[in-house]
Design a protein around this ligand. Structure first.
Ligand code: XMP
Length: 323
């Protein structure tokens, strides 16, 4: 009989048996999978687990706090937060090419994560033998079903680890689909914002700024994105939308008229899509009044933005993200 209660009980027993009196590390990304995997392992082995969250400074408004405060409060997990914003911004300086950005972010992420791992091992000793990963059933199928491999979707998993990994993997979600993972997360008492989170790319807002990534542009995009998310949620549209990238065209300026005069600001693109699996997607036919509200608020409240545009391209030919 499949119930979330059974899944949790079964996994808790298995994890306890697997880990024994050793210790485990889990990287948190802010997403659903790593959060639920960590919460399950925490339930099984408690303080034998240490979670690591690398704050790369590319998250949306409030997301880092959700991990640091709400996730910790609801699970009681040991969390090591690494503030690496400066490091990522420095590495991204002057870079506009999307693939170059991804490479840099992925590379820095692995370096920071490995350093955190080494610190944990230095603190806690050689008993640290396990690494928790939020691998889902579709990932297992996609990769041919092998176990114990370190990295399944290197392109899509910014938490991807190098090949020469010496840890044994704990993958408590290997038999689950996404909706089941959400149910398990809910049953474990995780915050709604984490459990119901829509897909968000590992490189974060770094690939939603068309142009160079700077702190100022990130803050601007965070504000615009927060407004769009707030209004979509208020309109009850979260379940209808697969995800809604909000993109800053940092290298484009257009003329506007705001307040007392002429402005020369940046456009924000709304990219709401509906999809089953992100392989194909259609642009969401959002109600005009919701679009109007988002547009009015963004242009009123976000400095240097004087235009909001809607992306009406399906995938293919357009990808969901702009980079
Ligand atoms: P595209 O833009 O290729 O996106 O249509 C398909 C899905 O994948 C997400 N995406 C990424 N996720 N790292 C990730 O972890 C990435 O580099 C990346 N690029 C795109 C995107 O948000 C969508 O859900």
């Amino acid at each position: 009989d499949w119930t979330t209660g059974n899944v949790i009980e079964e996994q808790v027993a298995l994890i306890r048996e697997q880990v024994g009196d050793k210790r485990a590390i889990c990287g948190l990304s802010g997403g659903v999978d790593s959060a639920v995997a960590a919460a399950l392992v925490q339930k099984a082995i408690g303080s034998q687990l240490t979670c690591v969250y690398v704050d790369h400074g590319l998250m949306r408004k409030g997301e880092t706090e959700q991990v640091e405060k709400d996730f910790v409060a609801s699970t009681g997990v040991n969390l090591k937060v690494v503030d690496a914003e400066e490091r990522f911004l420095t590495a991204l300086k002057g870079v506009s090419d999307p693939e170059e950005k991804r490479k840099i972010i992925g590379r820095e992420f692995i370096r920071v994560f490995e350093q955190a791992q080494a610190e944990i091992i230095a603190d806690e000793g050689p008993d640290v033998a396990f690494l928790v990963q939020g691998t889902l059933y579709p990932d297992v199928v996609e990769s041919g079903g092998g176990t114990g491999t370190a990295n399944i979707k290197s392109h899509h998993n910014v938490g991807g680890l190098p090949e020469d990994l010496e840890f044994q993997l704990i993958e408590p979600l290997r038999q689950l689909f996404k909706d089941e993972v959400r149910m398990v997360g809910q049953e474990l008492g995780l915050p709604e914002e984490i459990v119901q989170r829509q897909p968000f790319p590992g490189p974060g807002l770094g690939i939603r700024i068309v142009g160079e990534v700077t702190k100022e542009r990130l803050d601007l995009l965070r504000d615009a994105d927060a407004i769009a998310r707030e209004e979509l949620t208020a309109a009850g549209l979260d379940r209808d939308i697969w995800q809604c990238p909000v993109v800053l065209l940092a290298d484009v300026r257009s003329v506007g008229v705001q307040g007392d005069g002429r402005t020369y600001g940046h456009p924000i693109v709304l990219r709401p899509v509906s999809s089953e699996d992100a392989m194909t997607a259609d642009w969401s036919r959002l109600p005009y009044d919701v679009l109007a509200k988002i547009s009015t608020r963004i242009t009123n409240e976000v400095k240097d933005v004087n235009r909001v545009v809607l992306d009406v391209t399906s995938k293919p030919p357009g990808t969901i993200e702009w980079e």
